[in-house]
Design a binder for this molecule. Structure first.
Ligand code: FPP
Length: 244
């Protein structure tokens, strides 16, 4: 089946994804949770490919939250190893499609071999400008906003910033990736209606697309359906509907 991305009038510049349901997908098949995550990693690859084809400039995936550190050590270890393995697998595709890799979150909490592997690809793809792939790792939005507030407070205290300069733009400028535009579309799989501490600030005006598919079943075709749904939305940003 060929997907006609060119038929879509509006393509979101940035799509953020909450990849949920790997565990349930595996459980349904009598497989280990890690098998679910492995299949999920193939969905990441499929979405990256489809996004490049559709002309989506930024993709952000929620791969590991600050809450995920509470999972059993074997699952955490498996996820970290899978991340390294996936980077080895996808790196060539990042080069072929002009995709730059960025990471957002508490980088220092990640195991050293994972940080080193990530840094290698971040450096090797830093010059690409067509597409950006952001992996949220050990990420929590409230911590991100609290850290921004702390940095701003320190600047005000040091006299580097005036109190009247503390506004929405100043907060946005102190988040982890200030140069990445806010997502226009947020996709969550496995039917959950929650934000789970993901990009609370950045998703203020995003359209939400929730699907019952488990993440390992979310591939090019499902991504295309999400973009189709986005096309049918009338984005108002709190203003008037054009048709009224
Ligand atoms: C949520 O499913 C998924 C995760 C916590 C991990 C997502 C990670 C990957 C897909 C690995 C590859 C990532 C990259 C960037 C290569 P869950 O375990 O919470 O599922 P459940 O809710 O059904 O238990």
């Amino acid at each position: 089946m060929t997907l006609d991305f060119q038929s879509l009038e509006k393509i979101p510049k940035h799509v953020a994804l909450i990849m949920d349901g790997n565990g349930r997908w595996a459980q349904q098949r009598g497989l280990s949770r890690l098998e679910g995550h492995k299949e999920g990693a193939q969905s990441v690859r499929a979405v990256l490919r489809a996004a490049a084809q559709a002309g989506v400039e930024y993709i952000t995936v929620y791969a590991f939250s600050t809450e995920n550190w509470k999972r059993p050590p074997a699952e955490i270890d498996g996820l970290m190893k899978l991340l390294v393995h996936s980077l080895n697998e996808y790196e060539q595709e990042l080069h072929d499609n002009n995709i730059r890799l960025l990471v957002m979150g508490q980088f220092d909490r990640l195991p050293l071999p994972v940080r080193m592997r990530l840094q290698k690809t971040i450096d090797a793809t830093a010059h690409y400008t067509d597409h950006t792939f952001v992996i949220a790792l050990s990420y929590g939005s409230r911590t991100e906003i609290a850290d921004a507030a702390k940095q701003i407070a320190a600047k005000v205290k040091a006299g580097e910033m005036k109190l009247k300069e503390v506004n929405e733009q100043a907060i946005a400028n102190h988040l982890y990736l200030p140069d990445v535009p806010d997502p226009e579309l947020m996709i969550r799989t496995s039917g959950e209606l929650r934000l789970s501490n993901f990009l609370l600030w950045q998703l203020s005006y995003a359209e939400f697309y929730i699907t019952d598919d488990y993440w390992p079943d979310f591939r090019e075709e499902q991504f295309f359906h999400a973009l189709e749904a986005f096309n049918g939305r009338d984005r108002r940003y709190g203003g008037m509907n054009k048709k009224q």
